[in-house]
Write a protein that binds this ligand. Structure first.
Ligand code: NAD
Ligand code: USQ
Length: 389
């Protein structure tokens, strides 16, 4: 297949592009390098150094003999997006290219507006381009489990059969997201479902849980192929942060009360889920949703698992929760769709955690401890203009 990976320079987009290329697909990546820009803005860096795109592509050609094509541009520019899709003529578009940090979207008005504009407009441009260039193209879109929030009923895969006043209908599952970022994904899902309904597009919305891990069989083939490993309080995700904190002797920062539970997935399963979704496309007119998680853990359980596996002292600190989220709640997620397509999950294991400790230990000299503490408060969006007055 010809597969275009939007956001191909990111934490997940890059290893996905390699995985798909390794499987014999014709792959192109596109990115505007906004993610590298947020690093500059926030004064942080990936713990594991990452190479510029050209170096990454040359390294992949050297180790695999395969070429990945590259487009540089912004999805918010609709002409660029349409021209790129018309030029590459993919069978499948994998869309990772969004601002993906909940805390970043909660900094202030500017960051919330940027996040929703970037994500919602970029995704709309992709939908219009598919409709214009070739409605047969299958869109595989990265959504998030956080679209659902933590409802007090079972979470189904995207759709819910509702009986009301004696009548029954199949409806999009109700959403109760927890940040302006997570809301942008809800808006995307609605726009995609609408495009499938009115234009007959085909789409798979992957509601992915929190990803952990840093290595895939392809990225370990050369240090120049490494993907990002973020640990700061804005872009670092919880399990990756706890691993790095343990290695540094920093207390594990469990936001109170620690009972908040999330679906999780190993990065090796992320790339495999994308392959499975791409190779088994949705039908024309179908808005197909999979919940892309393999297990659920509370934040407190994750901290204990990391602490128990670490060969040394680990302190667990209960930090005043900067977010507004339920701390104790029901959480039961259906996630059978991808397993039915053939996913064989890597469950969280001691071996994986130990290999992550090794990665963190090798690069620990690069850590800036000042980036570890949360700075963004959900309850009070700061407005720098107003604060300066
Ligand atoms: P990332 O920030 O590392 O990668 C996203 C890439 O998209 C970046 O390289 C960025 O420069 C690019 N990008 C952003 N806006 C763009 C635009 N307008 N035009 C072109 N390129 C643009 O994020 P990630 O962790 O790799 O996540 C990828 C996707 O998966 C996101 O959509 C995210 O919401 C979703 N997701 C991630 C996780 C996780 O734990 N990392 C979990 C669930 C879902
Ligand atoms: N948390 C802590 N301590 C920390 C960091 C986080 O207790 O040091 C807690 C948070 O309060 C939250 C949970 O861990 O309850 C998850 O936080 P996170 O930062 O790991 O993940 P989140 O903000 O939800 O976002 C990440 C990705 C995002 C993706 C989402 C999947 O950044 O792109 O969409 O995971 S999900 O959570 O399923 O929505």
């Amino acid at each position: 297949m010809r597969i275009l990976v939007l956001g191909g320079d990111g934490y997940l987009g890059w290893p996905t592009a390699l995985h798909l290329s390794d499987r014999g697909h014709e792959v192109a990546v596109a990115d505007n390098y906004a993610r590298r820009g947020y690093d500059h803005e926030m004064g942080v860096e990936s713990l594991v150094p990452i190479e510029p795109m050209q170096v990454r592509l040359d390294a992949w050609r050297e180790v695999s003999g395969k070429t990945i094509k590259h487009y540089y541009g912004d999805l918010v520019d609709g002409d660029f997006t349409t021209e790129m899709i018309a030029d590459f003529r993919p069978d499948t578009i994998v869309h990772f290219a969004e601002q993906r940090a909940a805390p970043y979207s909660m900094i202030d008005r500017k960051h919330a507006v940027y996040t929703q504009q970037n994500n919602v407009v970029g995704n709309l441009n992709v939908l219009f381009a598919i409709q214009e260039v070739d409605p047969e193209i299958h869109l595989v879109k990265l959504g998030t489990m956080g679209e659902y929030g933590t409802p007090n009923i079972d979470i189904e895969e995207g759709w819910l059969e509702v009986t009301h006043n004696g009548r029954t209908d199949r409806m999009l599952y109700p959403k109760k997201p927890g940040s302006f970022y997570h809301l942008s994904k809800v808006h995307d899902s609605h726009n995609i479902e609408f495009a499938c309904r009115i234009w007959g597009l085909r789409a798979t919305d992957l509601n992915q849980g929190v990803v952990y891990g840093q290595e895939t069989p392809q990225t370990v083939r050369d240090p120049r192929l490494a993907t990002r490993f973020d640990y700061d309080a804005i872009f670092g995700t919880v399990l990756n942060r706890f691993v790095i904190q343990a290695v540094l002797g920093h207390p594990l920062t469990v936001y109170t009360p620690g009972g908040q539970t999330r679906g999780m997935i190993d990065i090796r399963d992320t790339v495999e889920c994308i392959r499975l979704a791409a190779e088994n496309p949705a039908d024309r007119g179908e808005f197909r949703v999979f919940n892309q998680i393999t297990e659920s853990y509370s934040v407190g359980e994750i901290a204990k698992t990391i602490a128990n596996n670490f060969d040394g002292q680990v302190e667990i600190e209960h930090v005043d929760n900067p977010r507004v989220e339920q701390g104790e709640h029901y959480y039961n997620v259906k996630h059978t769709g991808l397993v039915e397509l053939g996913l064989e999950p890597h469950l969280l294991s001691n071996t994986l955690i130990e290999s992550l400790f090794e990665v963190a230990d090798k690069h620990k000299h690069r850590v800036d401890l000042a980036a570890m503490r949360p700075t963004v408060n959900w309850r009070k969006a700061s407005n720098p203009m107003r604060d300066e007055k």
